[in-house]
Design a protein around this ligand. Structure first.
Ligand code: MTE
Ligand code: MO
Length: 309
């Protein structure tokens, strides 16, 4: 079976939030084979059953081989090839528990299966735009984060959500370097976390996530720079105050809490106006909010997006 390019979808089909939600509930069930037939044997993870969800990108998918060998996952090294070389076999992805705490009525530690099982998995093809000015188009498989968070019953004091990656020196040789303040953490404002585009991913290309892409559970926030999409999550905490984030602590002037893809605001050391799609040579214009402005710009109405970078 061939990897098909994302089916064509008209702008009008993705802009209306209600239409978007309605489409989601009427999607036909599809089997999760897709790209798997083309994968090298060592890369084959378990296939997933999922619903064909909304395609939000009318562009060809990045080949699996590229998306699973060109990675940022500093716990496994700082070179792009390090995570694929080091993480598989070392990162133990089962059993996996997620501790949920903070401002919610029903905190607790939940096994990954129990966290995901009550929900229907769906595929979302979205761009991933790294702050380093490259991008990919990836078919993720996951559950809207909002559905997962609701069951913990966040209280009215829950204004933000903090996420934490596993930090285990035995499994993650990158932790020997103190380049980041481990564990890696990220955060979203509550309305960003509850937005229907925000996905808790357990797979890509129809299969479970490879270790290097953040197995067994990662965030996908399509309108934000890639570093917001935190990998291998072990902890979710609801909080009243804005959580600290790993890259913001590393270089506060370069990486802000909001991290919205914004071609009009340069990174202090390079431009954000263009990007290179992995596998291509030409450079494309970067779109505001990574192309998802219609869906998410309203979240930031009245905010100065140069000050809140
Ligand atoms: N725990 C953790 N999560 C992480 C990172 C990391 O170093 N550690 N890198 C981030 C960055 S900078 C990017 S661009 C994306 C890359 O995701 P990918 O390797 O699946 O393409 O993961 C993000 N999530
Ligand atoms: Mo990134």
């Amino acid at each position: 079976m061939l990897i098909r390019p994302a089916p064509h979808i008209r702008e009008s089909e993705i802009t209306d939030q209600r239409l978007y939600l309605n489409r989601r509930s009427f999607m036909a069930l599809g089997a999760g084979l897709g790209a798997a037939a083309l994968l090298p044997r060592r890369a084959l993870a378990a296939p997933l059953d999922y619903t064909k969800g909304v395609v939000t990108v009318d562009e060809p998918q990045t080949p699996f081989e590229a998306a699973s060998t060109y990675n940022n996952y500093y716990e496994f090294g700082t070179d792009k090839e390090d995570p694929a070389r080091v993480a598989p076999g070392r990162l133990k992805v089962a059993p996996w528990n997620v501790a949920v705490s903070g401002e919610c009525a029903k905190p607790g530690t939940v096994a990954l299966e129990d966290l995901i099982k009550p929900h229907r998995l769906e595929e979302r093809i979205t761009r991933l735009r790294c702050v380093e000015a490259w991008s990919m188009v990836i078919p993720w498989v996951g559950v809207p984060l909002a559905e997962v968070l609701k069951r913990f019953e966040p209280t009215s004091k829950a204004k933000y959500v903090e996420f934490t990656t596993l930090a285990d020196r035995d499994q993650m040789p990158g932790l020997r370097s103190s380049i980041l303040d481990w564990p890696y953490t990220e955060g979203l404002r509550m309305d960003e976390a509850m937005h229907p585009l925000t996905l808790l991913a357990v797979g890509m290309y129809g299969r479970e996530l490879p270790a290097q892409n953040g197995a067994p559970l990662r965030l996908v926030v399509p309108w934000k720079y890639g570093f917001k999409s935190i990998k291998s999550i072990v902890r979710i905490r609801f909080s009243e105050t804005q959580p600290a984030t790993a890259w913001n602590k590393y270089a506060p002037r370069e990486y802000g809490f909001y991290s919205n893809v914004n071609p009009a605001v340069d990174h202090p050391r390079w431009s954000q106006a263009k990007e290179r799609r992995i596998g291509e040579f030409r450079r494309r214009d970067t779109l505001p909010f990574n192309g998802y402005a219609e869906q998410v710009a309203g979240l930031y109405a009245g905010m100065d997006l140069k000050a809140n970078y």
